[in-house]
Design a binder for this molecule. Structure first.
Ligand code: PLP
Length: 381
């Protein structure tokens, strides 16, 4: 249907072979493959512990639970994110407090926008490395440390992104990754929590599986005959089939990220002279993994017409993101409205995501770029 879709999978026979081997192994969940995936992922990010979970959303919820965050507590989070950022806070009974982004170039919350949201009820700060570009993490960590508030990095866009050689997911108290179908590394559904804190890792493992003190695998190996339940938990486990796919995908991640970087560079070349669109991250530092390629349309350009113009040319686009605080549930429950987060709202009106994925060709990038320039020229006269 699309000449250039927004995203396409990068799977080969290797993933299906690994999945089949997992099925044929006779052990379907929380076995050797999950352990191997956790160990390899921890090594890749450069942290001591990685805890595999069923999704990033579940991982965020588990992270808040492990910090004993609940009713009456506040978690600062971006509004320019996927709604999971706020839903995971609501899931533990806490209140999301939306921080504005620092600028439409940065597209992420900053120490200054976070500082404005801190109250005596603040129990965590949730960050997003938007589009795979590391946010300005240094000043945020300084602020958080000074105020004694834990930091959770939403790394759904950022597996492999780094600042000064240190990977995203290794800065905060915990990093939470998504392996959903359209992410840089996929297991269809799945996620991972990274941490250097051994106590937190133990707590995460406990809560991931009903607060039970031993795993089915431990009992199979004869390491335990029974179990105790020390607190109520969840079932947020990952299975062997997904872990097997994840191990293959992890081995391909850096090549995929490098390919994305190359394609984005070409996009930036093609669109450099295009005055009707601004390319974000001009002043960004750190190494991005280019999860998506968002651009900012000039003020007053009707985005719907740009999207339908591109659709007519066979090009799929998207919006990352409609700000969370303006969804009807958040307006009704928390009294959020326009004007609350002016920079987020401006970005929310102007952002447009162009296709970007490792299997895209240089010709695809040229096609999208020239189609965009034509559509914008038609609209701006
Ligand atoms: C995809 C995504 C999530 C949710 O991930 P799931 O694994 O689908 O739960 C959360 N935050 C951001 C920014 C995302 O892009």
């Amino acid at each position: 249907m699309w000449k250039v879709p927004l995203f396409d999978l990068d799977l080969s026979g290797e993933e299906s072979r690994a999945a089949r081997e997992a099925i044929d192994s006779g052990w379907l969940t929380m076995g050797e493959r999950v352990l191997a995936f956790e160990e390899k992922f921890a090594g890749f990010i450069g942290v001591r512990h990685a805890v595999a979970v069923s999704s990033c959303t579940a991982g965020l919820q588990l992270a808040f639970s492990a910090l004993n965050i609940g009713q009456g507590d506040e978690v600062i989070c971006p509004s320019l994110s996927f709604v999971a950022a706020a839903n995971s806070v609501l899931a533990v009974g806490a209140t999301p407090i939306f921080a504005d982004i620092g600028s439409v170039d940065e597209l992420a919350v900053t120490d200054e926008t976070i500082a404005r949201c801190i109250t005596e009820r603040t129990r965590a700060i949730q960050l997003l490395h938007y589009a795979g570009q590391p946010c300005s993490i240094g000043p945020i960590l300084t602020l958080a440390k000074h105020r004694g508030i834990p930091v959770i990095e939403d790394c759904a866009h950022a597996p492999g992104a780094s600042v000064d050689g240190r990977r995203c997911g290794a800065f905060g108290d915990m990093g939470v990754f998504s392996f959903f179908a359209n992410k840089n590394l996929t297991t269809a559904e799945g996620g991972m929590i990274t941490t250097n804190d051994g106590d937190l890792a133990d707590r995460l493992r406990l809560l991931r599986s009903h607060g039970m003190t031993s795993l089915t695998l431990d009992r199979y190996h004869g390491h335990a005959f029974t179990y105790d339940v020390v607190e109520p938990g969840y079932n947020f486990r990952l299975d062997e089939i997904r872990a097997a796919i994840g191990l293959v995908q992890l081995s391909k991640l850096e090549a995929g990220n490098a390919r994305r970087a190359k394609l984005e560079l070409l996009y930036r070349d093609c669109l450099a002279e295009c005055t009707a669109a601004v390319l974000p991250f001009a002043s960004a530092s750190g190494k991005s993994v280019h999860h998506i390629f968002p651009i900012l349309l000039g003020e007053g350009i009707e985005r719907d017409r740009v999207m339908s113009g591109l659709k007519a040319r066979g090009i799929q686009t998207s919006i990352h993101y409609p700000p969370i605080h303006l969804f009807s549930y958040f307006r009704k429950r928390f009294g959020c409205n326009e004007g609350m987060l002016p920079i987020t709202e401006s970005a929310g009106r102007r952002l447009l995501t162009l296709p970007l994925f490792p299997r895209m060709t240089e010709d695809d990038v040229n096609l999208v770029s020239s189609a965009l320039k034509t559509v914008l020229a038609d609209l701006t006269g």
